[in-house]
Design a protein around this ligand. Structure first.
Ligand code: TYM
Length: 332
């Protein structure tokens, strides 16, 4: 059996970018890859690279679990769990810190961007974060890691660390492959299409949250920044605003970009945006309805318990092997 691993941070609410770049891939792949075991988690340890309010974090963890299921993750096919409940992530994370070098971590684009925003000081785990992410993946000998474009650099580093560890200590880890979607790997801000859509956008109109009020979603799409001429054509370089909206339209309807361009050849931006707003809201409505039911259901904890137990089983054996390779502890 092959293995697929991926995670999302429960810091704040889940965005349309998270959904289109990551969750939608998980759902599609669980049907396609019948020879693959799935490990999808809530990356709560990653959330504490910045200070979190404990009540809010707890709520966000539960909320993300319900979102995964509401979007269609099938608990019969997927092991869904909370990262901090599988202690081996921390154990291997520390070992990965002894495998990676500081300049490799300092080179990470996300670190360089995020450190500029830390007014209250940069925590050391903001820097070492990719070592923990490598551990998340290597712990399960993942073959495939579906992520958005912004995580590809961390995946490259994970591959380097796996290869380095294997060559220094003997074959231990599988070298994973990233998988990014053809369209939707980088959904851009609706207010600044040169910037990635991100939870932490200072302008809330730039980002759609899956749990936003449906009227708010409509208004965000309708007020999205578009480009200077009026043609509805896909051209990321010269027309990033409309290209971003075309990508969203294409993913949620399953129509190709060229089909959509044809449909709207004689329309203006306002008509196109009004139609997209309608389609997106109808797409998100059932997710929000299922979310409300799931959040209140005891099923959620049962799913997370089962996922945690299955993950632990594999993770424990892997850590034993790694400790042995490194000469840690006593041989039993
Ligand atoms: P996070 O929580 O920032 O994002 C979760 C997933 O959503 C994707 N994503 C996007 N995709 C398209 N357009 C966007 N605007 C957009 N914004 C976010 C991300 O690429 C990601 O796939 N470090 C990770 C979580 C993580 C992880 C892992 C992922 C921890 N350990 C192991 C895979 C494997 C993160 O912070 O993602």
């Amino acid at each position: 059996m092959k293995r697929l691993v991926s995670g999302i941070q429960p810091s704040g609410s889940i965005t349309l970018g998270n959904y289109l770049g990551a969750i939608k891939q998980f759902i599609a792949l669980q049907e396609e890859l019948t020879d693959t075991e799935f490990f999808i988690f809530i990356a709560d340890l990653h959330a504490i690279t910045v200070t979190q309010d404990k009540t809010q974090l707890r709520k966000s963890i539960r909320s993300l679990a319900a979102i995964y299921l509401a979007c269609g993750l099938d608990p019969e096919k997927v092991n869904l769990f909370v990262q901090s409940e599988v202690i081996e992530h921390n154990q291997l994370g520390y070992i990965m810190e002894s495998t990676v070098y500081v300049p490799e971590l300092e080179r990470m684009t996300q670190y360089k961007d995020k450190k500029l925003k830390q007014q209250a000081g940069i925590k050391s785990n903001l820097l070492t974060y990719p070592a923990l992410m490598a551990a998340d993946i290597l712990l399960y000998d993942a073959d495939i890691v579906p992520v958005g474009e912004d995580q590809k650099q961390h995946l490259e580093l994970t591959r380097d660390l796996a290869i380095r560890f294997n060559s220094q200590h003997g074959d231990t880890f599988k070298v994973p492959e990233p998988l990014t979607p053809k369209i939707g790997g980088k959904i851009m801000s609706l207010q600044d299409p040169h910037k990635k859509m991100s939870k932490s956008d200072e302008n809330p109109k730039g980002v759609i949250f899956l749990l936003d009020d449906l009227n708010v979603i409509k208004n965000k799409i309708k007020s999205a920044v578009t480009d200077s001429d009026t043609r509805i054509v896909y051209d990321v370089e010269n027309k990033p605003g409309i290209s971003n909206l075309l990508s969203i339209y294409s993913i949620i309807t399953g129509q190709s970009i060229s089909e959509i361009e044809k449909t709207y050849a004689n329309s203006n931006y306002a008509e196109f945006k009004a139609n997209l707003a309608e389609k997106l809201v109808e797409y998100i409505r059932p997710i929000q309805e299922r979310y409300q039911t799931l959040l209140a259901s005891p099923e959620l904890d049962l799913v997370l318990d089962k996922g945690r137990d299955n993950a632990r089983h594999i993770a424990y054996r892997k850590i034993q092997k790694v400790y042995k390779r490194l000469g840690l502890g006593r041989i039993k």
